[in-house]
Write a protein that binds this ligand. Structure first.
Ligand code: CAA
Length: 240
């Protein structure tokens, strides 16, 4: 049977594009979401991809939900840690809650999900973990000390776990998107976004499917010698 992929935050934005692209590539896919149940239902009806609701910041919920998914669909062999949020404000205006929420979801979620799937991958001697980082974790960004720290953390997490997984056939890589045409980027004030787009050599926002392209590549059967790497997909905005 084709390998099972689990995409967190997999029913919207970049996550939806990743879920669809992995399915298109022949994988079986399940998606996680936390927001609107109605929206997730519509996603499942449209795509045939089952969606499960839990918060990736909740450690126990990750363990329990992965156990349930594995009981219903078999082992998770590909994990895409995509779930992420922003709570933008300059440091002076950022509250502790805004800091903590972003760290807990964006970075804590990667730890929680890896804890749930990594032991099985190691045992079966095959696994693919792809973490969605960000250009803003590589370069920093005004108004995002929380998000930049979490995403930068994801890049370190990726390199450390890659070293732990390598001898067990488990690869761990990151994709670092630039500014992509999603609801998250649409929330950036227009005058600010204009300045950002002006700095992108390609002269436009990226499309979600252009990120999914990189994830499918890193999750492929013949990507087994690629580990601990970061694939930047940002229209040339930051060359790392
Ligand atoms: N690039 C260039 N200039 C910026 C900037 C940026 N990213 N962010 C803010 N500025 C500028 C503003 O244009 C403004 O300039 P002027 O004084 O010349 O008008 C100045 O900094 C102050 O900004 P604001 O008036 O907006 O200040 P504020 O306190 O009202 O808001 C802010 C501050 C919350 C940081 C707001 O500017 C903002 O949301 N900025 C965008 C932050 C951002 O890029 N977030 C990315 C979200 S998408 C994402 O995170 C996905 C991903 O991985 C890439």
């Amino acid at each position: 049977m084709e390998r099972l992929a689990l995409v967190t935050g997999g029913t919207r934005g970049i996550g939806e594009a990743i879920s669809l692209a992995l399915k298109e590539a022949g994988r079986r896919v399940v998606a996680n979401y936390v927001g609107s149940e109605e929206r997730a239902k519509a996603f499942t009806e449209r795509t045939g991809i089952p969606a499960y609701r839990w918060n990736v910041a909740d450690h126990q919920a990750c363990l329990d939900s992965v156990a349930r998914i594995e009981a219903e669909h078999g082992p998770v062999e590909i994990l895409v840690n995509n779930a992420g949020i922003t709570r933008d404000a300059t440091l002076l205006k950022m509250t502790y809650e805004m800091w903590k929420e972003v760290i807990d979801v964006n970075l804590g979620g990667c730890f929680n999900m890896a804890k749930a799937v990594f032991p099985g991958m190691r045992e079966r001697q095959w696994g693919r973990i792809v973490n969605i980082g960000s250009i803003n974790g590589q370069a920093g960004q005004i108004g995002q000390v929380n998000y930049a720290a979490a995403k930068s953390g994801i890049h370190g997490f990726t390199k450390a776990l890659a070293q732990e997984g390598a001898r067990f056939g488990v690869t761990v890589n990151a994709v670092a998107p630039g500014y992509i045409d999603t609801d998250m980027v649409a929330a950036v004030p227009p005058n600010v976004l204009e300045k950002i787009v002006a700095k992108i050599p390609m002269g436009r926002l990226g499309q979600a499917h252009e990120i999914a392209r990189g994830v499918v590549f890193l999750a492929a059967e013949d990507a087994g010698f690629i580990t601990g790497s970061t694939l930047s997909i940002n229209g040339g905005q930051h060359m790392y």
